[in-house]
Design a protein around this ligand. Sequence first.
Ligand code: GLV
Ligand code: MN
Ligand code: MN
Length: 414
Amino acid sequence: MAARWIDPERIESAIAALAEHGAHGETGVARLVYSPEWVAAQDQVAAWMAEAGLRVERDAVGNIWAYLDGRDREAAMVVTGSHVDSQNPGGRFDGALGVIAGIMALSELRERFGQPERTLAAVSLVEEEASRFPTANFWGSRAIIGRIAAEEPKRLRGYDGVTMAEAMRDAGLDAARIPEAKREDIGTFVELHIEQGPFLERENFPVGVVEAITGYRQYLVTLEGAANHAGTTPMDMRRDPMAGAAEIIGGVVDTAHRMGRPCVTTVGRVNVSPNERAVIPRQVAFTVDARSPLPEQREALLARHEALIQEVAERRDLRLNLRVDSDREPVRCDPETVAVIAAAAEAAGVPAMTMTSGAVHDAMQMAEIARIAMIFVRSRSGISHSPDEFTAAEDAAAGIEVLARALHTLAYRP
Ligand code: GLV
Ligand code: MN
Ligand code: MN
């Protein structure tokens, strides 16, 4: 096999260097948006972009852009990139690999082919995970497409009690200027990301070409009953939100299990109040994250979840607040860009499998204003959103070469 365009060892050391910002244990990262660790990581990214000979710009929300300017300044840009924030804690590859890939791909294209016809950009997006602010998802890409509501920065409060506007100020940014980050000059957006699932490993492919991204809805379910003594209150006289939560949690997870692939439902966060051994709780609040890439299946799944939640709350005489925090239909990737990526994989001699993304991505937001596509790279044991996340540097190098070759096709042809 011919040598890869990008040396795997360079990728490995870049991943390790970025992971120092917000390091969590041996292999994890906790890099929450606008935290000091996050600022340091974005500064590192900006330095790499400048070292690669790219023109660097920071926008009003904190995204960092690196340009390889094209001959035709009127033509829409071809953009690649991903996010630099992490789960709390997460792994060192989720988002970070796509940011590093973008810089390396543009640097390689500049050295091999010089100036492109259309401007190429690599972007390091500020936030995708909603790990600091429960409903912030896609903060960076939403700013780019103009989908951040004016009151959001003051309304969003993080798990640490700080508002988004305050967090931005701490990072040297002014939330009032977010609208300036909106763009209308992006023609195509290609995101490279780790797969975060088991399929590439199982089928023995280093790289995946994504055809569609799952749709999802995330709820916060709050059930309120009456706190009372755990010993003296007969079972039939209780308004117990824990009993209701248990029934709902079991029910929604079972529903997705029974409906079968590709739908999935997760309850990942539960808050109990007062959370005492001998007290029937007053309130139980929990998240429900339900997904399917098939539009009809997603609708059916959500309808069954919502019916169950209503029915249990009513029957158990619990006050229900059902809040939708995020909601997105499945997104199809642009078939022509998908074909460009498949051809790039073939040219690079990289076996690639077409697949669907079960994770949500910034590319879904960018789909509102641009043609999008994604390149996946194999994850070890399919593990992600965990410090155990791992992708081999050789697989990353294969993916980045596919990305670079695809960007070449998209940006260098007159
Ligand atoms: C993104 O991180 C997701 O939750 O899929
Ligand atoms: Mn991600
Ligand atoms: Mn993630």
